[in-house]
Design a protein around this ligand. Structure first.
Ligand code: FMN
Length: 192
């Protein structure tokens, strides 16, 4: 495999940390840069069928999101500087009743790709991202008044990884999760 070109460092170094620096804040320009990366992602018919809820630690949207986290995610995600919720379009936009989208089959794909772009942009800014599905989707849709044409899909915790030399008071279970080795299927399994 030595003749295989190395992954770009942004991809190679990306991982989903579970220990975020609870003092770090995301700046507005950084947030806008992440949303810009998502904005320029490709999509079916260029329909861009994704939206985001944006919660910055300490604000009301963040609090709403935190209330819906599963117990496992409650132990680490609130420390992130921001939590976004990725929403995909599942019905026509209210101002487009005829439906610009002829199919919603690709909206989850498109949202995922937009978030992948956001994740790479985050890495280029020295930020870390940990996506998660573990939250009460229906409860969040209700409390955040998500319109019916959008469906919450995944949470996107963004912040700065808290280095071992600086961190303190981290839940031992989260510390163990953080130390777990990362694994992947062999590349040969990806090709049918
Ligand atoms: C759609 C999706 C849902 C996920 N749900 C959770 C979750 O609820 N809790 C969690 O701790 N991690 C969650 N993850 C993170 C994955 O477990 C993680 O990406 C995977 O273990 C690979 O690790 P890596 O990102 O460090 O390479 C999720 C990731 C994705 C893309």
């Amino acid at each position: 495999m030595s003749d295989v070109p190395a992954l770009d460092p942004l991809l190679e170094q990306r991982r989903s940390p579970s220990v975020f620096d609870p003092e770090h804040s995301l700046t507005r320009p950084e947030l806008m840069s992440l949303l810009e990366a998502a904005r320029w992602s490709p999509s079916w018919g260029n329909t861009q069928p994704w939206r985001f809820l944006v919660g910055l630690r300490g604000d009301a949207t963040h609090a709403l999101i935190v209330e819906t986290l599963t117990r496992g995610n409650l132990a680490w995600a609130p420390a992130a500087s921001a939590i976004l919720i990725g929403l995909r379009q599942v019905a026509a936009l209210p101002d487009d009743p005829k439906g610009e989208l002829r199919t919603y089959d690709y909206t989850a794909y498109d949202l995922g790709q937009a978030v992948a772009h956001l994740t790479v942009q985050a890495a280029s800014l020295g930020l870390d991202v940990h996506q998660f599905a573990g939250f009460d989707h229906a409860a969040l849709a209700a409390t955040a008044r998500v319109p019916d044409h959008l469906q919450p899909v995944a949470g996107i915790a963004i912040g700065r990884w808290w280095p071992e030399t600086e961190r303190h008071g981290v839940d031992p279970a989260i510390e163990a999760k953080e130390q777990r080795p990362r694994q992947r299927r062999p590349a040969g399994e990806l090709v049918l």
